[in-house]
Design a protein around this ligand. Structure first.
Ligand SMILES: [Zn+2]
Length: 248
């Protein structure tokens, strides 16, 4: 690392669980962030600031006025512009040591393998079950750990899935097969508190950074649920489904 990097990451490097070795692991890591919406608006600055070596940002949407309440990556004068390009510019301005790959299309069953291959971790912050299941099935097939994060109304959830490891659950083990056709935008339908999305997104970034650095205990196999109305976190242990069509 250069002197500038040592200075930039000084508050990480001084952490006992992190050190220079942990920071090097982040620098060597390639993370794909699927979705540059509400979750992405928290995750992308957190991972870029932390010094992840390569960030791939996948999103085909443009900024809408109704996004600005919970997507602080974007400004009022950017309504109508492509999110992934704007997010890439944000990362470049924040941390020149991050290599950004901008992919301005919607991920689907046809392109998911090509877009996600070659990453060390996938962070999914998309807003519908159909896409999340495609991303999860692809992660299992490619043998890549997946952090899945979602928020609606006052509720949020974050999980780390290592579905490619024998006996470990994948995201499909958790939600089942009933939602493969459910591609509605949950935020538009149900509403969501902006600060709740940011909380859940930052938590997802923390789970991802822990996984890359190797901070114990490993979070895989647990689901972290946040209730923004009661202001409570709780943890659920997820069993693997032996009949799961992705990982079983
Ligand atoms: Zn599974």
């Amino acid at each position: 690392m250069t002197d500038e990097e040592l200075d930039r990451y000084a508050r990480h490097i001084v952490l006992r669980q992190f050190g220079g070795a942990g920071q090097q692991r982040l620098k060597a890591a390639r993370i794909a962030v699927v979705g540059a919406g509400g979750i992405g608006s928290a995750v992308i600055p957190a991972l870029a600031g932390a010094g992840v070596g390569r960030l791939t940002i996948i999103d085909g949407d443009t900024v809408e006025l109704s996004n600005l309440q919970r997507q602080p990556l974007y400004r009022s004068d950017q309504v109508g512009e492509g999110k992934s390009v704007l997010a890439g510019k944000f990362v470049n301005a924040l941390n020149p040591f991050v290599d950004v790959v901008v992919i301005s299309c919607r991920i689907d069953a046809d392109n998911a393998t090509e877009l996600l291959a070659g990453h060390d971790l996938i962070l999914d912050g998309t807003d519908n079950f159909a896409t999340r299941l495609i991303v999860s099935d692809t992660a299992v097939r490619l043998g890549i750990p997946l952090v899945s994060a979602a928020a609606a109304q006052f509720q949020g959830q974050v999980g780390l899935f290592r579905g490619h490891v024998a006996g470990a659950p994948c995201y499909r083990c958790f939600v089942g097969d009933a939602f493969d056709a459910d591609d509605c935008d949950t935020c538009a339908e149900q509403g969501v508190l902006g600060a709740l999305v940011g909380t859940v997104g930052q938590y997802a970034a923390l789970v991802a950074i822990r996984a890359i650095v190797g901070i114990e205990p490993d979070a895989a196999g647990k689901l972290f649920l946040f209730d923004g109305a009661a202001l409570e976190w709780r943890t659920m242990r997820l069993p693997a489904d032996p009949e799961c069509k992705a990982c079983g």
